[in-house]
Write a protein that binds this ligand. Structure first.
Ligand code: SAM
Length: 283
């Protein structure tokens, strides 16, 4: 979908409005994917002009998701995953990571973007343990009560709930209630993998966060809030937070600092410090 904009309806997946930017396509674009339209690229250009290293937010977020999935797949016996706001399946999706350790792990992806749904269904057709559901992730009852979710995931047993890079797209301040409803539905021993745009409340970083937030909140996207540590942790009520690396106490860190794969030779960019990741366990 790079290059010329779609010229006929047959080039556009059903339900896609190529005149409105999509967060899924923009995120995919930052990660190097090809499924974006000019209207998405216009938003990406604005963000890049405001914060040239903004790509580090998407990369940091995706790297965190991958490492957290690998950690849970290899170090717990959990074999069921509910990935809310899964995004465009490109490479290294949740099922590819966790099924490497346990091919029988079940993964249900949930999204509402027509391009994500079309790609997801095509890619997942041949994997009987992976399913794609269309639902509004900010209305937990529709996800938790969805027939496909209920058929493939057993809520009486521990599972992994992923809400990675999603809640900052919810307009308003309903995040804590949304997450409480999900967490209440989980069995003890379940884990939550969570990331969110982060305002570290350090002036030079807050300034970077605000520049991106302005474009997202006041532009055609309409949402994209950077929240503080307390605001983010308020969305994970009752969870025991997993220690995020060898030297930091349990809590919230920049995604890139969550159990990185190796030593860091260069400092994190300011943008990379504005996306935070947490893994929590329900006692
Ligand atoms: N979780 C993936 C990751 O971190 O790599 C993708 C994150 S992407 C930034 C956010 C995703 O949430 C997009 O795919 C978007 O379509 C989806 N999303 C946003 N609002 C949604 C809603 N109300 N219901 C379902 N999905 C939604």
């Amino acid at each position: 979908m790079t290059g010329a904009p779609p010229t006929s309806p047959s080039q556009v997946p059903v339900g896609v409005d190529p005149t409105r930017p999509s967060i899924a396509r923009i995120y995919d674009g930052f990660l190097g994917g090809k499924d974006h339209y000019e209207v998405d690229r216009a938003v990406m250009r604005k963000i890049n002009e405001a914060v040239p290293e903004a790509v580090d937010i998407a990369r940091g977020n995706r790297g965190f998701l991958n490492r957290a999935c690998r950690f849970l797949a290899t170090q717990t016996k959990i074999d069921q995953y509910l990935d809310c706001g899964s995004g465009l399946p490109t490479a290294e999706n949740t099922h590819q990571i966790v099924q490497r350790s346990n091919p029988d792990s079940r993964v249900v992806y949930v999204d509402n973007d027509p391009v994500v749904l079309a790609h997801g269904r095509a890619l997942l057709e041949e994997n009987e343990n992976v399913h794609m559901v269309e639902a509004d992730i900010f209305t937990p009852s529709t996800v938790l009560g969805h027939e496909v979710v209920r058929r493939h995931l057993d809520f009486a047993q521990p599972l992994v709930l992923l809400h990675v890079g999603t809640l900052h797209h919810l307009e308003g301040d309903g995040g804590p209630e949304v997450m409480r409803e999900y967490i209440d539905a989980l069995a003890p021993g379940s884990y939550v993998v969570f990331s969110h745009f982060y305002d570290p409340q350090v002036p030079e970083l807050t300034e970077v966060a605000k520049r991106i937030e302005d474009i997202l909140v006041h532009g055609p996207m309409g949402a994209g809030r950077f929240r503080t540590r307390d605001e983010i942790l308020a969305m994970l009520p009752g969870l025991e937070i997993v220690k995020p690396n060898a030297t930091t106490d349990p809590g919230l860190v920049a995604c890139d600092e969550w159990w990185p794969d190796g030593p860091r030779l260069t400092p994190l960019s300011k943008a990379a410090r504005c996306i935070a990741g947490v893994v929590g366990r329900k006692p």
